[in-house]
Design a protein around this ligand. Structure first.
Ligand code: F6R
Ligand code: MG
Ligand code: MG
Length: 385
């Protein structure tokens, strides 16, 4: 029997700025989902990272199920009311529409869903990031499923040796392509290195996988709020579900992909490169320069309509070095202030005053040849004098 894992997330207000969720909002969302889950979902877990509330659900309604999406939407609405009462910042920010219309896609929240054939034990990890974009998952998902230096199982586990299949989306042109590793590894890398445009959406096992053929084993939210709304309205902080063990990356192989605090775009005003810091949920307050960007991980198993967990996976001193390195990288980058490559290139910034600055200075720009000519004329005049 097929089972659906649905993870839906939104920023519905935070404290004091875009820093962290409020416990009363979490309580309201938790209560709402639990009071309204009968006949819709089997089980759920509410989490958070930075200013984003995260709902993980398990059910048999398939992906894009209207009643499941509506439950999440209504829960976010209920949480927004509490955020408004408390005067939290940006209350309801990611709920772009007034009323629910069948499917939560394009309405603001981020969605990652997959229909699975559950194994005897079905372990998976939900990764949640704040102050960055969906392409921030390209690097760790590639490491988990395609890099043998991260995942020795690709070399030494017979079930992983044939590799995996990656569904990559071009989020600018709304196109998708399937690529297989290891045979198409270089093609895959040449796309997903451009992480602002080519984004890994799903990973599948290959048809010849002995334990779990042709199965969806990872899915990432790819919603781009700025494209949905046509203007900047908030962040598209991503989340992912990754199934683990038994012919898939082991829990520790999936976690190892985050041991290096690689650079992602986002951070302050969605306009800066910064290191991705792996932290426990309680440490996911976006304080320094509204960050640095962070990732939180919750580990679960699914069995008989029930989720067991979560385990707060980065609550581990073995990640202290990654966190310290991320802090040192933050110190190093911050000294560059508004200069690239700390600041993102013009076209990738969420906030920019450049068009207004250009408008103001328009009449003062001259062709460099004219400037040079005038200067040499002035100096030859001085020579005559
Ligand atoms: C970035 C983010 C924050 C805000 C910043 C300014 O993803 O959410 O860094 O961009 O705090 O926020 P506003 O414009 O709401 O004052
Ligand atoms: Mg926010
Ligand atoms: Mg956020």
């Amino acid at each position: 029997m097929k089972v659906t894992l649905s993870h839906i997330k939104a920023d519905i207000g935070s404290l004091p700025g875009h820093t962290t969720v409020h416990s009363k909002v979490i309580e309201e969302v938790t209560k709402f989902v639990s009071d309204h889950s009968k006949g819709v979902i089997w089980d759920s877990q509410i989490g958070y990272v930075g200013d984003d509330v995260q709902i993980t659900m398990v059910h048999d309604k398939g992906t894009n199920a209207s009643e499941v999406h509506k439950l999440a939407w209504d829960a976010f609405k209920a949480g927004t009311e509490v955020a408004k009462e408390l005067g939290l910042y940006g209350a309801g920010q990611d709920l772009l529409k007034d009323s629910f219309s069948g499917n939560i896609k394009g309405m603001g929240p981020g969605i990652a869903e997959m229909e699975i054939t559950p194994r005897r034990s079905e372990p998976f990890i939900v990764y949640m990031m704040d102050k960055t974009e969906p392409g921030a998952f390209n690097f760790p998902i590639y490491k988990m499923f395609a890099d043998p230096f991260n995942t020795p199982g690709l070399v030494i586990d017979q079930n992983m040796h044939n590799g995996f299949r990656f569904e990559v989306w071009d989020i600018e042109e709304a196109k998708a392509i399937m690529l297989e590793t290891p045979n198409e590894m270089y093609d895959l890398l040449s796309l997903i290195g451009t992480k602002g445009r080519y984004v890994i959406k799903r990973v599948y096992t290959r048809e010849d996988h002995e334990k779990l053929p042709d199965e969806n084993v990872a899915v990432i939210t790819t919603d781009k709020l700025s494209f949905i709304a046509g203007e900047y309205v908030g962040k598209d902080d991503p989340a992912a579900i990754v199934r683990i063990q038994s012919g898939l990356p082991a829990s520790g192989e999936a976690m190892e992909a985050f041991s290096h605090p690689y650079l992602v775009s986002g951070w302050m005003r969605g306009s800066f490169n910064g290191p991705l810091m792996p932290v426990s949920m309680k440490d996911s307050k976006m304080i320094r320069f509204d960050g640095p960007p962070r990732v939180v991980a919750s580990g679960f198993v699914y069995k008989d309509h029930k989720l067991t967990g979560p385990v707060d996976m980065f609550d581990d001193p073995a990640y202290d070095n990654a966190r310290n390195l991320a802090s040192s990288i933050a110190d190093y980058l911050r000294r560059m202030g508004p200069f690239e490559p700390h600041r993102l290139p013009e076209e990738d910034m969420e906030y920019t005053t450049l068009p207004k600055v250009m408008e103001k200075l328009k009449g003062r720009f001259e062709h460099v040849d004219a400037v040079e000519k005038r200067k040499s004329k002035n100096s030859s005049q001085r020579d005559v004098e």
